[in-house]
Design a protein around this ligand. Structure first.
Ligand SMILES: [Zn+2]
Length: 414
C-alpha cells in the first residue's frame, strides 16, 4: 500500500507524451535504446534519460538526441556495448523517464512506451564475490484516479544465478571432424582446446561460472563444421547460456607460411573497442608476442579487427540462396563475417541464420534482442615458425593475457 502511494506521488509529475522506443537491445552488459519523441512544446535546453526511484533518487543517463520534423530522436549510444550498464545498478525499482530541462531548475518528466516487438528482458549480472543480481527491464501502466501512464522500468534484485545461466562462454575453435589449421604435426583444434581448458580453470578460480562449448569428448561423427547450428551446436549452446561474454579461441593460418605473424582480436564493427584493445595488448604483453602484421581495411586498432561481409560475398550468398531455393539472407556490408561474432549477438550483430536454408540448421536466437559480447582471438599463426614455437612453449603466457583482461576489465566495477 505504501509503495502504491509512493508511486502515485512519483507519477504526479510525469506526463505521457508520444515517446517510444524504436530499438531496445541488451548486448553484453549494456542496455541500449533508441527512440523517438513527438513533441511541439517549449524547447528544452537539454534532454536526458533518468532512472528514478520512489524515494526520489535520480540517476542521470546521457543520451544523444536531435530534432526531427515532429519532435526528437534519441539514442543512449550508437555503439551496441554502451548505454546503461546493467552490472552497476543498485537494488530497487527504477522508473525510466525522459527528463526535459528548460533552464533554471525547471524540468519535466515524460514516460517512455515500448514500440518495439520485444517485451520484458531478464538479465543476470556477472558473479562477483559469489553474488548476483537479477535485472528485469519491462513495461507497465501506472493508473491513478486522474490518469494512466505507460512507462518503462528496470527492477534490480539480489538473486541466485539459475542453473542454466553462465557468466562467460569459452569456445575452443573447431573440433571433432574439423581439425582447423595444421602445421608441423600440430592442429588448431587440439591446441585451442588446451588453451581454452586452462582459461576456463583460471576464470573459475576467479569465481566465474564458465561454459565451454566442447571439452574434447566430441567425436568425428557427432561434431564438426556441419553441427554448428544444431539444436545443441555451439551457436545455440552460446545463446542458451545467457552469459554476457563469449571468447572464441583460434589459431591463424595463411597461404604462404611465415608471411604474417602475431595476434588478432576479432569483434563486431559497431562497438566500443576498449575491451578488444585490452585483449590484444594483454595477449601481446603476457604472451610475449606482437600485434598481427596483417594489414587490412578492417583493422580498427593495433591487433583489433572487425571483418564484415564484402560486396562480392553478399552477391555470392545471393547466388547460393538461388541454387538452394531459399530467400536470400539480409546481409549488409556491416554484417560481421565470422559467425561466432555475428550469430551470438542476435539483432545487435545482424545474426541471420533463421532456418530458411534447411541444409544448415537454425540459430534459435537469431532474432533475440539479448546477445553476448563476442571476441574471437586468433592467438597467432600456426604456420609461422616463431608463432608456433611460442604458442607451444608459452601457453601460460597467452592464457594469462586473456585472464588478466577479464580480471581488469570485466570483474572490476568502474
Ligand atoms: Zn580457426
Amino acid at each position: 500500500m505504501y509503495q502504491k502511494k509512493g508511486e502515485d506521488k512519483l507519477f504526479e509529475n510525469v506526463e505521457e507524451i508520444e515517446a517510444s522506443l524504436t530499438k531496445y537491445i541488451v548486448y553484453g552488459t549494456h542496455l541500449n535504446m533508441d527512440g523517438k519523441i513527438v513533441y511541439d512544446g517549449e524547447e528544452p535546453i537539454d534532454i536526458d534519460i533518468v532512472l528514478k526511484t520512489i524515494k526520489g533518487e535520480e540517476q542521470e543517463i546521457n543520451i544523444d538526441y536531435e530534432e526531427t520534423k515532429d519532435g526528437y530522436s534519441f539514442s543512449t549510444s550508437d555503439k551496441i556495448n554502451e548505454g546503461i550498464n546493467l552490472e552497476e545498478l543498485s537494488c530497487n525499482k527504477k522508473y525510466v523517464f525522459l527528463r526535459f530541462e528548460y533552464g533554471k531548475k525547471k524540468v519535466k518528466y515524460y514516460s517512455i512506451r515500448n514500440d518495439t516487438e520485444f517485451s520484458d528482458v531478464e538479465y543476470y549480472t556477472i558473479s562477483k564475490d559469489n553474488t548476483n543480481k537479477r535485472v528485469n527491464v519491462g513495461f507497465d501502466i501506472h493508473s491513478s484516479e486522474e490518469k494512466s501512464t505507460n512507462y518503462m522500468y528496470i527492477n534490480v534484485n539480489k538473486a541466485r544465478l539459475p542453473k542454466d545461466v553462465y557468466d562467460i562462454v569459452i569456445d575452443p575453435g573447431h573440433g571433432g571432424s574439423d581439425p582447423g589449421a595444421q602445421n608441423g604435426g600440430y592442429n588448431e583444434a587440439d591446441l585451442t582446446l588446451e588453451f581454452a581448458k586452462k582459461v576456463k580453470t583460471e576464470l573459475e578460480n576467479l569465481g566465474l561460472k564458465v561454459l565451454i562449448t566442447r571439452d574434447g569428448t566430441e567425436t568425428e561423427e557427432n561434431y564438426g563444421v556441419n553441427t554448428v547450428y544444431d539444436e545443441d551446436g555451439r551457436v545455440n549452446l552460446v545463446g542458451k547460456s545467457r552469459a554476457k561474454y563469449v571468447i572464441s579461441i583460434h589459431l591463424n593460418s595463411i597461404d604462404e607460411p611465415n608471411s604474417e605473424n602475431g595476434t588478432e582480436v576479432y569483434t563486431a564493427p559497431n562497438i566500443n573497442f576498449e575491451l578488444a584493445k585490452a585483449f590484444a595488448s594483454n595477449i601481446v604483453k603476457y604472451g610475449n608476442t606482437n600485434y598481427s602484421t596483417l594489414e587490412a581495411t578492417y583493422r580498427k586498432e593495433k591487433g583489433v579487427y572487425a571483418r564484415t561481409f564484402k560486396n562480392w560475398e553478399i552477391e555470392e550468398s545471393k547466388e547460393e540462396a538461388k541454387k538452394g531455393n531459399y530467400e536470400p539472407y539480409n546481409i549488409t556490408e556491416n554484417t560481421p563475417y565470422l559467425y561466432m561474432i555475428r550469430e551470438t549477438g542476435g539483432i545487435a550483430t545482424e545474426a541471420y541464420i533463421d532456418g530458411r536454408n534447411k541444409s544448415i540448421g537454425k540459430n534459435n536466437y537469431f532474432d533475440s534482442n539479448i546477445g553476448l559480447e563476442a571476441y574471437l582471438l586468433e592467438l597467432g599463426y600456426i604456420n609461422n615458425e616463431k608463432d608456433l614455437n611460442n604458442l607451444i612453449k608459452n601457453q601460460d603466457g597467452y592464457v594469462k593475457g586473456i585472464v588478466e583482461t577479464v580480471k581488469e576489465n570485466i570483474l572490476v566495477t568502474k
